[in-house]
Unconditional design. Sequence first.
Length: 314
Amino acid sequence: MRELPSGNVIITCAVTGAIHTPSMSPYLPVTPEEIVDDAIAASEAGAAVIHLHVRDPETGEPVTDLDLYEDVAARIHRETDVIIQPTTGGAPTMAPEERVQVVPRLDPEMCSCNLGSINFGLYPMAENIDDWKYDWEPEYLEGTTTLIFQNTFEDLKVMLGTMEDHNVVPSLECYDVGHLYNLQHCVEQGWIEPPLHLEFVLGINGGIGADPDNLSHLKSIADSLFGDSYSFSTIGAGRSQFELTTQSVSMGGHARVGLEDNLYLRRGELAESNAEQVEKMVDLAWEVSGRKPASPGEVREFLGLKGGEATAFD
Ligand code: KMH
Ligand code: ZN
Protein backbone atom coordinates (compact mmCIF):
# COMPACT_ATOMS: atom_id res chain seq x y z
CA MET A 1 0.00 0.00 0.00
CA ARG A 2 1.30 3.52 -0.87
CA GLU A 3 1.27 6.33 1.71
CA LEU A 4 2.06 10.05 1.49
CA PRO A 5 5.65 10.76 2.57
CA SER A 6 4.26 12.99 5.33
CA GLY A 7 1.85 10.28 6.51
CA ASN A 8 -0.94 12.85 6.24
CA VAL A 9 -4.50 11.80 5.46
CA ILE A 10 -6.41 12.74 2.32
CA ILE A 11 -9.84 13.97 3.35
CA THR A 12 -12.42 14.00 0.58
CA CYS A 13 -15.77 15.71 1.02
CA ALA A 14 -18.76 14.56 -1.05
CA VAL A 15 -20.96 17.60 -0.79
CA THR A 16 -24.36 16.58 -2.13
CA GLY A 17 -24.39 13.38 -4.21
CA ALA A 18 -27.45 11.69 -5.71
CA ILE A 19 -28.48 9.39 -2.86
CA HIS A 20 -30.21 11.69 -0.38
CA THR A 21 -33.18 13.87 -1.38
CA PRO A 22 -34.15 17.36 -0.15
CA SER A 23 -36.89 16.16 2.25
CA MET A 24 -34.33 14.13 4.23
CA SER A 25 -32.40 17.14 5.50
CA PRO A 26 -32.76 20.93 5.25
CA TYR A 27 -28.93 21.10 5.22
CA LEU A 28 -28.42 19.11 2.00
CA PRO A 29 -27.00 21.60 -0.52
CA VAL A 30 -28.93 21.54 -3.82
CA THR A 31 -28.54 24.93 -5.58
CA PRO A 32 -25.25 25.89 -7.25
CA GLU A 33 -24.73 28.56 -4.56
CA GLU A 34 -25.31 26.09 -1.72
CA ILE A 35 -23.01 23.50 -3.30
CA VAL A 36 -20.23 26.06 -3.92
CA ASP A 37 -20.52 27.57 -0.43
CA ASP A 38 -20.44 24.15 1.26
CA ALA A 39 -17.48 23.05 -0.88
CA ILE A 40 -15.48 26.16 0.02
CA ALA A 41 -16.25 25.75 3.73
CA ALA A 42 -15.35 22.05 3.56
CA SER A 43 -11.99 22.86 1.94
CA GLU A 44 -11.32 25.49 4.63
CA ALA A 45 -12.11 22.82 7.26
CA GLY A 46 -9.46 20.47 5.82
CA ALA A 47 -10.85 18.66 2.77
CA ALA A 48 -8.25 18.42 -0.01
CA VAL A 49 -10.68 16.87 -2.51
CA ILE A 50 -14.28 17.84 -3.28
CA HIS A 51 -16.37 15.08 -4.88
CA LEU A 52 -18.95 16.86 -6.98
CA HIS A 53 -22.48 16.14 -8.12
CA VAL A 54 -25.01 18.76 -9.27
CA ARG A 55 -28.77 19.02 -8.90
CA ASP A 56 -31.66 20.84 -10.54
CA PRO A 57 -31.62 24.21 -8.69
CA GLU A 58 -35.45 24.32 -8.59
CA THR A 59 -36.21 20.77 -7.43
CA GLY A 60 -32.95 19.32 -6.09
CA GLU A 61 -33.19 16.37 -8.48
CA PRO A 62 -29.79 14.86 -9.49
CA VAL A 63 -28.88 15.92 -13.06
CA THR A 64 -25.89 15.64 -15.41
CA ASP A 65 -26.24 19.21 -16.68
CA LEU A 66 -22.72 19.93 -17.96
CA ASP A 67 -23.21 23.70 -17.83
CA LEU A 68 -24.09 23.38 -14.16
CA TYR A 69 -21.02 21.24 -13.52
CA GLU A 70 -18.80 23.78 -15.27
CA ASP A 71 -20.35 26.72 -13.42
CA VAL A 72 -20.06 25.10 -9.98
CA ALA A 73 -16.55 23.72 -10.59
CA ALA A 74 -15.30 27.08 -11.90
CA ARG A 75 -16.65 28.91 -8.86
CA ILE A 76 -15.08 26.47 -6.41
CA HIS A 77 -11.82 26.58 -8.37
CA ARG A 78 -11.74 30.39 -8.25
CA GLU A 79 -12.10 30.47 -4.47
CA THR A 80 -9.96 27.49 -3.38
CA ASP A 81 -6.99 25.30 -4.33
CA VAL A 82 -9.00 22.17 -3.69
CA ILE A 83 -8.98 19.20 -6.09
CA ILE A 84 -12.37 18.96 -7.76
CA GLN A 85 -13.50 15.41 -8.45
CA PRO A 86 -16.69 15.29 -10.52
CA THR A 87 -18.71 12.10 -10.44
CA THR A 88 -19.02 9.74 -13.38
CA GLY A 89 -21.56 7.87 -11.29
CA GLY A 90 -24.15 10.61 -11.68
CA ALA A 91 -27.37 9.16 -10.36
CA PRO A 92 -27.56 5.36 -10.32
CA THR A 93 -30.47 5.71 -12.74
CA MET A 94 -28.36 7.38 -15.45
CA ALA A 95 -26.70 5.61 -18.44
CA PRO A 96 -22.89 5.28 -18.35
CA GLU A 97 -22.37 7.11 -21.65
CA GLU A 98 -24.30 10.09 -20.22
CA ARG A 99 -22.43 9.97 -16.93
CA VAL A 100 -18.93 10.04 -18.42
CA GLN A 101 -19.54 13.22 -20.44
CA VAL A 102 -18.37 15.33 -17.52
CA VAL A 103 -14.78 14.23 -18.25
CA PRO A 104 -14.29 15.64 -21.79
CA ARG A 105 -16.29 18.73 -20.85
CA LEU A 106 -14.49 19.68 -17.62
CA ASP A 107 -11.11 18.00 -18.14
CA PRO A 108 -10.86 17.62 -14.33
CA GLU A 109 -7.80 16.46 -12.38
CA MET A 110 -9.77 13.55 -10.89
CA CYS A 111 -13.16 11.91 -11.24
CA SER A 112 -14.85 8.88 -9.76
CA CYS A 113 -14.95 5.55 -11.62
CA ASN A 114 -17.29 2.80 -10.38
CA LEU A 115 -15.76 -0.65 -10.66
CA GLY A 116 -18.82 -2.82 -11.17
CA SER A 117 -22.60 -3.11 -11.43
CA ILE A 118 -24.62 -3.48 -8.28
CA ASN A 119 -28.16 -3.20 -6.99
CA PHE A 120 -28.52 0.25 -5.49
CA GLY A 121 -31.50 0.04 -3.17
CA LEU A 122 -32.26 3.53 -1.85
CA TYR A 123 -35.99 2.84 -1.33
CA PRO A 124 -35.83 1.97 2.43
CA MET A 125 -35.01 5.64 3.11
CA ALA A 126 -38.52 6.56 1.91
CA GLU A 127 -40.06 4.72 4.86
CA ASN A 128 -39.15 7.49 7.30
CA ILE A 129 -40.68 10.39 5.36
CA ASP A 130 -44.35 11.35 5.10
CA ASP A 131 -44.42 14.91 3.73
CA TRP A 132 -42.34 15.22 0.58
CA LYS A 133 -41.11 18.57 -0.72
CA TYR A 134 -41.13 17.31 -4.33
CA ASP A 135 -43.09 14.59 -6.15
CA TRP A 136 -39.94 13.22 -7.82
CA GLU A 137 -38.44 12.14 -4.49
CA PRO A 138 -40.63 9.13 -3.59
CA GLU A 139 -40.70 8.07 -7.26
CA TYR A 140 -36.89 8.24 -7.47
CA LEU A 141 -36.40 6.21 -4.30
CA GLU A 142 -39.11 3.62 -5.06
CA GLY A 143 -37.66 3.18 -8.56
CA THR A 144 -34.48 1.75 -7.05
CA THR A 145 -36.27 -1.50 -6.13
CA THR A 146 -35.67 -2.61 -9.74
CA LEU A 147 -32.46 -0.64 -10.36
CA ILE A 148 -29.11 -2.02 -11.47
CA PHE A 149 -26.35 0.60 -11.24
CA GLN A 150 -24.67 -0.38 -14.52
CA ASN A 151 -20.90 -0.55 -14.84
CA THR A 152 -20.16 -3.41 -17.29
CA PHE A 153 -16.66 -4.27 -18.51
CA GLU A 154 -17.45 -2.38 -21.72
CA ASP A 155 -18.50 0.63 -19.63
CA LEU A 156 -15.25 0.36 -17.65
CA LYS A 157 -13.18 0.15 -20.85
CA VAL A 158 -14.88 3.28 -22.23
CA MET A 159 -14.76 5.19 -18.94
CA LEU A 160 -11.11 4.41 -18.20
CA GLY A 161 -10.10 5.12 -21.80
CA THR A 162 -11.82 8.51 -21.67
CA MET A 163 -10.09 9.34 -18.40
CA GLU A 164 -6.70 8.35 -19.76
CA ASP A 165 -7.27 10.42 -22.93
CA HIS A 166 -7.89 13.46 -20.72
CA ASN A 167 -5.15 12.76 -18.14
CA VAL A 168 -7.76 12.38 -15.39
CA VAL A 169 -6.86 10.25 -12.38
CA PRO A 170 -9.84 8.13 -11.25
CA SER A 171 -10.91 7.47 -7.70
CA LEU A 172 -11.77 3.78 -8.17
CA GLU A 173 -15.00 3.15 -6.31
CA CYS A 174 -15.18 -0.41 -5.00
CA TYR A 175 -18.52 -1.61 -3.60
CA ASP A 176 -17.62 -5.26 -3.09
CA VAL A 177 -14.71 -7.70 -3.09
CA GLY A 178 -15.44 -8.78 -6.65
CA HIS A 179 -14.85 -5.22 -7.83
CA LEU A 180 -11.18 -5.60 -6.84
CA TYR A 181 -10.92 -8.50 -9.28
CA ASN A 182 -12.71 -6.40 -11.89
CA LEU A 183 -9.96 -3.81 -11.39
CA GLN A 184 -7.26 -6.48 -11.70
CA HIS A 185 -8.87 -7.45 -15.02
CA CYS A 186 -8.84 -3.82 -16.16
CA VAL A 187 -5.12 -3.62 -15.33
CA GLU A 188 -4.44 -6.91 -17.18
CA GLN A 189 -6.36 -5.55 -20.20
CA GLY A 190 -4.25 -2.40 -20.14
CA TRP A 191 -7.29 -0.17 -19.57
CA ILE A 192 -5.60 1.40 -16.54
CA GLU A 193 -2.04 1.37 -15.18
CA PRO A 194 -0.90 1.50 -11.56
CA PRO A 195 -0.51 3.36 -9.27
CA LEU A 196 -4.17 3.00 -8.36
CA HIS A 197 -6.22 5.08 -5.94
CA LEU A 198 -9.08 2.98 -4.58
CA GLU A 199 -12.12 4.04 -2.61
CA PHE A 200 -13.80 1.28 -0.63
CA VAL A 201 -17.55 1.92 -0.37
CA LEU A 202 -19.28 0.01 2.42
CA GLY A 203 -22.90 0.06 3.48
CA ILE A 204 -24.72 0.70 0.22
CA ASN A 205 -27.84 -1.49 0.02
CA GLY A 206 -26.65 -3.77 -2.76
CA GLY A 207 -22.92 -3.61 -2.00
CA ILE A 208 -20.69 -5.02 0.73
CA GLY A 209 -21.99 -4.49 4.26
CA ALA A 210 -20.60 -1.84 6.59
CA ASP A 211 -18.81 -4.32 8.82
CA PRO A 212 -15.29 -3.46 10.04
CA ASP A 213 -14.21 -7.01 9.14
CA ASN A 214 -15.20 -6.27 5.54
CA LEU A 215 -12.95 -3.21 5.42
CA SER A 216 -10.06 -5.28 6.72
CA HIS A 217 -10.83 -7.96 4.13
CA LEU A 218 -11.03 -5.45 1.26
CA LYS A 219 -7.62 -4.13 2.25
CA SER A 220 -6.08 -7.58 2.52
CA ILE A 221 -7.36 -8.52 -0.96
CA ALA A 222 -6.12 -5.18 -2.35
CA ASP A 223 -2.73 -5.88 -0.74
CA SER A 224 -2.56 -9.28 -2.43
CA LEU A 225 -3.68 -7.99 -5.84
CA PHE A 226 -1.94 -4.61 -6.00
CA GLY A 227 0.85 -4.70 -3.44
CA ASP A 228 2.66 -1.37 -3.19
CA SER A 229 0.97 0.10 -6.24
CA TYR A 230 -2.24 1.27 -4.60
CA SER A 231 -3.60 3.67 -1.99
CA PHE A 232 -7.11 3.63 -0.59
CA SER A 233 -9.78 5.83 0.89
CA THR A 234 -12.99 4.67 2.53
CA ILE A 235 -16.66 5.64 2.47
CA GLY A 236 -19.03 4.41 5.17
CA ALA A 237 -22.63 4.96 4.09
CA GLY A 238 -25.00 6.33 6.67
CA ARG A 239 -24.37 5.64 10.36
CA SER A 240 -21.21 3.64 9.62
CA GLN A 241 -19.46 6.72 8.22
CA PHE A 242 -17.17 7.73 11.08
CA GLU A 243 -16.62 4.18 12.38
CA LEU A 244 -15.24 3.04 9.03
CA THR A 245 -13.41 6.21 8.02
CA THR A 246 -11.65 6.21 11.39
CA GLN A 247 -10.75 2.53 10.93
CA SER A 248 -9.47 3.39 7.45
CA VAL A 249 -7.22 6.15 8.79
CA SER A 250 -5.89 3.84 11.50
CA MET A 251 -4.96 1.34 8.73
CA GLY A 252 -2.95 3.94 6.79
CA GLY A 253 -5.84 4.73 4.47
CA HIS A 254 -7.73 7.93 3.76
CA ALA A 255 -11.27 9.13 4.40
CA ARG A 256 -14.31 10.44 2.60
CA VAL A 257 -17.05 12.27 4.45
CA GLY A 258 -19.90 14.52 3.32
CA LEU A 259 -23.68 14.67 3.10
CA GLU A 260 -23.68 12.52 -0.04
CA ASP A 261 -22.85 9.57 2.19
CA ASN A 262 -24.33 10.45 5.57
CA LEU A 263 -26.70 13.22 6.72
CA TYR A 264 -25.78 12.97 10.40
CA LEU A 265 -22.97 14.31 12.58
CA ARG A 266 -23.69 11.78 15.32
CA ARG A 267 -26.55 9.46 16.24
CA GLY A 268 -29.82 11.41 16.05
CA GLU A 269 -28.21 14.76 15.13
CA LEU A 270 -28.31 16.03 11.55
CA ALA A 271 -25.07 17.59 10.32
CA GLU A 272 -25.80 21.26 9.64
CA SER A 273 -23.06 21.46 7.00
CA ASN A 274 -20.47 19.38 5.18
CA ALA A 275 -17.77 21.34 7.00
CA GLU A 276 -19.00 19.97 10.34
CA GLN A 277 -18.28 16.43 9.15
CA VAL A 278 -14.86 17.45 7.80
CA GLU A 279 -13.96 19.10 11.12
CA LYS A 280 -15.00 15.94 12.99
CA MET A 281 -12.92 13.79 10.61
CA VAL A 282 -9.85 16.03 11.08
CA ASP A 283 -10.21 15.69 14.85
CA LEU A 284 -10.71 11.91 14.72
CA ALA A 285 -7.70 11.42 12.44
CA TRP A 286 -5.51 13.36 14.88
CA GLU A 287 -6.93 11.83 18.08
CA VAL A 288 -6.89 8.22 16.85
CA SER A 289 -3.87 8.13 14.55
CA GLY A 290 -1.92 11.37 15.01
CA ARG A 291 -2.40 12.13 11.30
CA LYS A 292 -3.06 15.59 9.92
CA PRO A 293 -5.04 16.48 6.80
CA ALA A 294 -3.05 16.47 3.55
CA SER A 295 -2.97 19.69 1.54
CA PRO A 296 -4.22 19.74 -2.07
CA GLY A 297 -0.61 20.28 -3.18
CA GLU A 298 0.55 17.14 -1.34
CA VAL A 299 -2.27 15.13 -2.90
CA ARG A 300 -1.42 16.39 -6.40
CA GLU A 301 2.18 15.31 -5.89
CA PHE A 302 1.16 11.90 -4.48
CA LEU A 303 -1.44 11.05 -7.15
CA GLY A 304 0.42 12.69 -10.04
CA LEU A 305 -2.40 15.12 -10.83
CA LYS A 306 -2.09 17.66 -13.65
CA GLY A 307 -2.90 20.76 -11.59
CA GLY A 308 -5.97 22.99 -11.44
CA GLU A 309 -4.72 25.24 -14.24
CA ALA A 310 -4.89 22.29 -16.69
CA THR A 311 -8.63 21.85 -16.18
CA ALA A 312 -11.32 23.27 -18.46
CA PHE A 313 -12.77 25.29 -15.61
CA ASP A 314 -9.69 27.40 -15.02
N1 KMH B 1 -22.41 7.38 -4.21
C1 KMH B 1 -21.28 6.90 -3.43
C2 KMH B 1 -21.65 5.72 -2.62
C3 KMH B 1 -19.86 8.27 -7.75
O1 KMH B 1 -20.46 9.33 -7.52
O2 KMH B 1 -19.30 8.01 -8.84
C4 KMH B 1 -20.10 6.59 -4.30
C5 KMH B 1 -19.90 7.66 -5.33
C6 KMH B 1 -19.81 7.17 -6.74
O3 KMH B 1 -19.85 8.82 -5.01
ZN1 ZN C 1 -20.86 10.44 -5.86
